[in-house]
Design a protein around this ligand. Structure first.
Ligand SMILES: CC(C)(COP(=O)(O)OP(=O)(O)OC[C@H]1O[C@@H](n2cnc3c(N)ncnc32)[C@H](O)[C@@H]1OP(=O)(O)O)[C@@H](O)C(=O)NCCC(=O)NCCS
Length: 283
């Protein structure tokens, strides 16, 4: 039995209790224990799992626990020097000290309670990391980037300016977005709906990926799509750029329309390495 199993049993019980959990002080205790474990990176909304078809296992009970926190939370004012904020008291903004080894540059950023941010992460303002998210060592979260609830971000990832990583809490068994180690997510990109971006891949600026977006791999002469069982998966080291494709039938063809189409133009090479190299001095 893992040391987390009693916590899992507690969370599942309080989640199943519905509104009755609000009256049960043990429910808040279980939620706060989960929140602390999330912030220490001891539990994750999804974990790498070689036995799972997509290589990642969703921990539905963790997502249930986060939802339990919303059920238990009462609205509270968070006063500031000139601004005020109102949110559930179970999810305040996290506070950091120098000992945490995380740099949060001043100016409009927040990391919500229940998010894990590893040592060496740099957060440029303004950016937001939501509850249940996991951001691993050496990652840069650039200005206007969003790490949505439960999203899993690997080591040395660059989430460029305005990159949007979608979040997912419901349904509880839905996979969160996963960005594996050493990925570059270019400026203004968006990755949503459980998409997995494998190690070392590069999303050029402006690339948008969702469950319904086919991706055209010119190198391997194939089209990548999500299936009923698997999310959209961008292969290791793929370089994806935003493209378009002609609509070939019906009114779309008659009107000369084209649709957005992300294209794998190549797999990472030395030139990509130079284009995406991170500046150590900025870390
Ligand atoms: C993808 C990227 C890293 C370039 O990678 P690269 O390996 O150097 O790519 P190359 O220049 O060799 O280009 C390979 C092919 O893709 C095309 N291509 C490259 N970038 C493209 C883009 N953004 N959009 C469309 N096509 C692109 C090139 O024209 C080339 O095709 P061709 O051989 O037919 O001309 C770069 O375009 C990019 O988007 N960088 C991220 C920028 C960014 O967001 N910075 C963060 C700021 S906070």
């Amino acid at each position: 039995m893992s040391s987390l199993e009693p916590l899992q049993v507690e969370i599942e019980r309080h989640f199943a209790a519905g509104a009755a959990a609000i009256e049960d002080s043990a429910a808040m205790g279980a939620f706060l224990a989960l929140r602390a474990a999330l912030e220490h990176g001891e539990v994750r909304a999804a974990s790498p799992d070689a036995a799972a078809a997509a290589g990642w296992r969703v921990n539905a009970w963790v997502k249930q626990g986060i939802l339990l926190g919303f059920r238990l939370g009462a609205l509270e004012v968070y006063p500031g020097p000139s601004l005020s904020f109102v949110d559930k008291h179970t999810f305040p903004a996290r506070r950091f000290s120098a000992a945490d080894g995380v740099r949060i540059v001043p100016g409009g950023s927040a990391v919500r309670a229940g998010a894990f941010v590893a040592r060496g992460v740099v957060c440029m303002p303004p950016m937001y990391i939501n509850a249940g998210a996991y951001v691993d060592e050496g990652t840069m979260v650039d200005s206007h980037a969003l790490v949505g609830s439960c999203a899993q971000i690997g080591k040395r990832v660059h989430l460029s300016a305005a990159a949007q990583i979608g979040g997912v809490l419901e349904p509880v068994n839905a996979s969160p977005v996963v960005i594996e180690d050493d990925v570059l997510v270019g400026g203004n990109s968006g990755v949503y709906e459980g998409t997995i971006v494998r190690k070392g891949a590069v999303l050029a600026a402006g690339t948008i990926l969702t469950r319904g977006t086919p991706v055209f791999d010119l190198v391997n002469d194939q089209t990548l799509r999500a299936t009923a069982e698997l999310p959209l998966i961008i292969p290791e080291n793929a370089v994806v750029v935003p493209g378009s494709r002609a609509v070939s039938k019906g009114k779309g063809a008659e009107w000369g329309l084209s649709l957005y189409a992300p294209v794998i133009v190549k797999y990472r090479d030395d030139k990509t390495g130079q284009s995406t190299a991170l500046e150590e001095l900025l870390r």
